[in-house]
Design a protein around this ligand. Structure first.
Ligand code: F6P
Length: 324
C-alpha cells in the first residue's frame, strides 16, 4: 500500500479526531502516505484531498467534531459519483480507504469496494451505538455523559417546581442513549424505539409515581420511539396526569459535541491503530470493533445485515425496579 485516504462521514461524533490521529500516525509509522478527504465522500468526488503528516494531527485528540469535516453525500450513492471518486483516488495513487462513520458510511464503502476493488476498512463512529460488530461506537460514551449532565440539570429545576419533564434524546432508531441515560438519571419512564409503550401504560406509570409522592418526573423520549416526539407525547399526557406542569426539552445536537471522554479517546486510538494494521495484513471490506475489551474484525456484509442492538432485559427490568 502506497497511500491511504481517511474520511469521516455521516453525523460527527466525539472521538473522531482522536481516531483520525491514530490512523494517520499508524500509517506514517508504517511508511504509508495519508490523505484526508474533506467532508467525507464529497472530498473523494471533488478531489478535496489533503496530504496529512504527523503534525497535521497534533493538538486534536481532545477536540469534538471532526477536523476533516463530514457530510451525508448523496452524489456518492450514484454511479457517476463513485466513478469520480475512483478516478481521483487513482490519480493520487491511493489504494485504500479508512472510513469512520455509521451504517450509511459503511454501505457506501462496501459498494465502492465491491465495484472498484479499492480496499476499505470501516471504523464505527456514531453517538447512536447502533452498529453490529462492536460493543461500543466512538462517540457514544461521550454523548451519553453529555446527555446525563443535561438531564441532571433539568432535574434540579423539575424538583424545584414539581414539574413533569419530557426530555427528547437522540439515537435515531436505537434506544441506547435513552435507556442508559434513563438509568443514570433515575428517570421515571423511558420511551424506546425497540419497545412498544402505549399512552395508557405511560400514564399509569406516571400516576403510580404520584401515588408514591414523587415531586418531579422525568420521562426520557428516544427520538425514534413510536408514540411521537416529546412535544407530541407531552400533549397526549397533559390532561391525564394531575398536579404536574409538563415541560419539554429537546436536547438535540448538543449531544453530539464536546471533548471526548477517556473511554472514547482510548477506543478511537485502538480502532484507528487496528484499522491500519488490518490493511497491512491485507484485510478489506471489513470493520474493526470492540468485543469484551478485545478488538475484533467483522465483514461489512455481516455488519450491515445482522441485527444491531437488542435491549438488555436485565437493564430494562432494573430500570423499572429502581425507579419505583
Ligand atoms: O446518527 C447521529 C444522529 O445524531 C442521530 O442520533 C440523529 O437522528 C441524526 O444524527 C441527526 O442528523 P442530522 O445531524 O443530520 O440532523
Amino acid at each position: 500500500i502506497k497511500n491511504i485516504a481517511v474520511l469521516t462521514s455521516g453525523g460527527d461524533a466525539p472521538g473522531m479526531n482522536a481516531c483520525i490521529r491514530a490512523v494517520v500516525r499508524t500509517a506514517i509509522f508504517n511508511n504509508i502516505g495519508v490523505y484526508g478527504a474533506i467532508q467525507g465522500y464529497e472530498g473523494l468526488i471533488n478531489n478535496n484531498l489533503k496530504k496529512l503528516d504527523s503534525r497535521s494531527v497534533s493538538g486534536i485528540i481532545h477536540l469534538g467534531g471532526t477536523i476533516l469535516k463530514t457530510a451525508r453525500s448523496l452524489e456518492f450513492k450514484t454511479d457517476e459519483g463513485m466513478q469520480k471518486a475512483y478516478n481521483n483516488l487513482k490519480a493520487n495513487e491511493i489504494d485504500a480507504l479508512v472510513v469512520i462513520g455509521g451504517d450509511g458510511t459503511f454501505k457506501g464503502a462496501k459498494e465502492f469496494s465491491e465495484k472498484f476493488g479499492i480496499k476499505v476498512i470501516g471504523i464505527p463512529g456514531t453517538i447512536d451505538n447502533d452498529l453490529y460488530g462492536t460493543d461500543f461506537t466512538i462517540g457514544y460514551d461521550t454523548a451519553l455523559n453529555t446527555t446525563i449532565e443535561a438531564i441532571d440539570k433539568i432535574r434540579d429545576t423539575a424538583d424545584s417546581h414539581d414539574r413533569l419533564f419530557f426530555i427528547e434524546v437522540m439515537g435515531r432508531d436505537s434506544g441506547c442513549i435513552a435507556l442508559r441515560s434513563a438509568i443514570c438519571t433515575g428517570a421515571e419512564a423511558v420511551l424506546l424505539p425497540e419497545r412498544d409503550t402505549t399512552i395508557e401504560e405511560l400514564v399509569q406509570e406516571l400516576v403510580a409515581g404520584s401515588a408514591a409522592k414523587k415531586n418531579s418526573r422525568i420521562v426520557i423520549v428516544a427520538e425514534g420511539n413510536k408514540l411521537g416526539s416529546a412535544y407530541e407525547v407531552s400533549k397526549m399526557v397533559k390532561y391525564r396526569v394531575q398536579n404536574y406542569d409538563p415541560k419539554v426539552t429537546v436536547l438535540g445536537h448538543l449531544q453530539r459535541g464536546g471533548s471526548p471522554s477517556a473511554f472514547d479517546r482510548i477506543l478511537a486510538g485502538r480502532l484507528g491503530f487496528s484499522a491500519v494494521n488490518e490493511l497491512l495484513k491485507g484485510s478489506t471490506n471489513c470493520m474493526v470493533g470492540l468485543s469484551g475489551n478485545n478488538i475484533i474484525v467483522t465483514q461489512l456484509n455481516e455488519a450491515l445485515t445482522q441485527h444491531t442492538f437488542k435491549l438488555e432485559n436485565d437493564l430494562m427490568e432494573m430500570k423499572e425496579i429502581l425507579s419505583i
